[in-house]
Design a protein around this ligand. Structure first.
Ligand code: ATP
Ligand code: MG
Length: 406
């Protein structure tokens, strides 16, 4: 293999599960590369090589890491110095990594070398490399000592046919499968805490999501819509971009409020949202819906209500949060950085129109009767009821105001 004589800053990308799926491996790797490229700045290069990927860093390394950290399929990332397989160059790069890490600490600093010889033609074995580089670092960086069990720095040295890689940090990725490798689904995205987390979990399993937000102007204002937009933008880097449909729900909501018995109006509203989402999904060629419901969390999420809601559509409804506690959802919302957006105050159609005491155990026949009375017709052409925004994988608004396919 040809070697590049320069010292280069690269980011090593480790990916997990996709390496196991033998038949689909090539396709999954291509998708991962594609998704990574879309979050990176123009000009960044991604190189694939025997179960690893390398990003040639252009621009600020921390910025690159924080973008790549959101890409599903990535297990972990390490900024690396890549040098030719030459003892002098390797030793110098090891010092550079050790000095950089030690420089950030105050007081005692311990390290350990973890060598891997992937190129068996290299003249030192892994234990030899450990000793050699360990001694070299000890001699040249003052104040350092070795700790083989819990070192502050695990200095990894990988000798590969195309070069030697020296690394001092491991940044966790989100794991999962590359988005787009499992198909597409439509998430019902309120402005709340749960639904963005639900969408995130499905992306993690490789679904490329679109989102629909039901808004009820003038009862819900621009702030509610902005929340949905900001959530969509925040999720976009994990989803290789995001299309957000804003569904004009006012006339349907008014009919429900006017014509349904108050205690059943919440069940009818949920069913109507799901039916509208199903229409929209069919129109977009999407085969499944995703909601943020969790069993028993609120009155509308009793098993009876979930059964009644589910019966309104034929399409499968995925509910990845169904078995999670609120605490767990909140923790996840914080880690994926949707929480701060979700807790911004706003007027939500659900809180505005929800009765004080919704029925927790409605029967399907009574809900169907209430729904018939409300005469909830959808227009022939679903496009009359929504407009769409499109965010790119960097979270920037690409397209505003119409069907993004046109
Ligand atoms: P969230 O925190 O996601 O708002 P929630 O705990 O408030 O959920 P509900 O209000 O019962 O629960 O909503 C249940 C699910 O219905 C939401 O997770 C979301 O998927 C969907 N949903 C509710 N309101 C809207 C809306 N205005 N637009 C789109 N989807 C909605
Ligand atoms: Mg809500």
């Amino acid at each position: 293999m040809q070697q590049d004589a320069r010292t280069e800053n690269v980011i090593l990308v480790r990916f997990g599960e996709i390496a196991l799926k033998k038949q689909n491996r090539g396709e999954f790797e291509r998708r991962l590369v594609h998704n990574m490229k879309n979050v990176l700045p123009q000009g960044a290069k991604v190189r694939r090589e025997s179960g690893r990927m390398y990003v040639t860093a252009v621009g600020n390394e921390e910025e690159l890491l924080s973008r790549l950290r959101r890409v599903f399929g990535i297990v972990s990332l390490s900024p690396a110095l890549r040098v030719p397989v030459d003892d002098e160059r390797i030793a110098a790069a090891a010092l550079q990594v050790a000095e950089a890490a030690a420089g950030e600490s105050d007081g005692e600093f311990t390290f350990k070398i973890e060598a891997r010889r992937a190129d068996k033609t290299y003249h030192r074995t892994s234990p030899d490399i450990n000793q050699w580089l360990g001694a070299h670092v000890l001699r040249n960086v003052p104040g350092l000592s070795v700790d083989l069990h819990e070192p502050d720095l695990r200095l990894q040295a990988e000798i590969r046919p195309d070069g030697a890689y020296l690394m001092g940090r491991v940044v966790q990725g989100p794991g999962g499968l590359p988005v787009g490798s499992s198909g597409r689904a439509l998430a019902l995205l309120s402005g709340g805490i749960d639904s963005p987390v639900a969408a995130w979990y499905m992306m993690k399993r490789g679904l490329k999501m679109e989102a629909v937000h039901f808004h009820t102007p003038p009862f819900t204002g621009p702030r509610a819509q902005k929340k949905a937009e900001d959530l969509a933008a925040r999720l976009a880097p994990s989803n290789d971009g995001m299309v957000l449909h804003l569904f004009h729900f006012t006339s349907l909501q008014e009919k429900i409020s006017r014509n349904c018995p108050e205690r059943l109006s919440l069940s009818v509203m949920r069913r109507t949202m799901l039916r509208a989402a199903e229409r929209l999904a069919q129109h977009r060629g999407i085969g499944a819906l995703v909601t943020g419901e969790s069993l028993g969390q609120v009155a509308s999420q009793t098993l009876e209500n979930l059964i009644v809601t589910n019966a309104s559509v034929d399409m499968p409804v995925l509910r990845p949060l169904v078995g999670l506690d609120k605490d767990e959802v909140v923790q996840r919302a914080r880690s994926i950085e949707t929480y701060d957006i979700s807790i911004r105050p706003h007027e939500d159609c659900c809180t505005l129109f929800v009765p004080a005491h919704p029925k927790t155990r409605p029967s399907l026949p009574e809900v169907l009767r209430a729904e018939d009375n409300a005469a909830l017709n959808f227009p022939e052409n679903p496009e009359e009821m929504f407009m769409s925004l499109e965010f790119d994988a960097r979270g920037d608004l690409r397209h505003n105001g119409a069907d993004p396919r046109r």
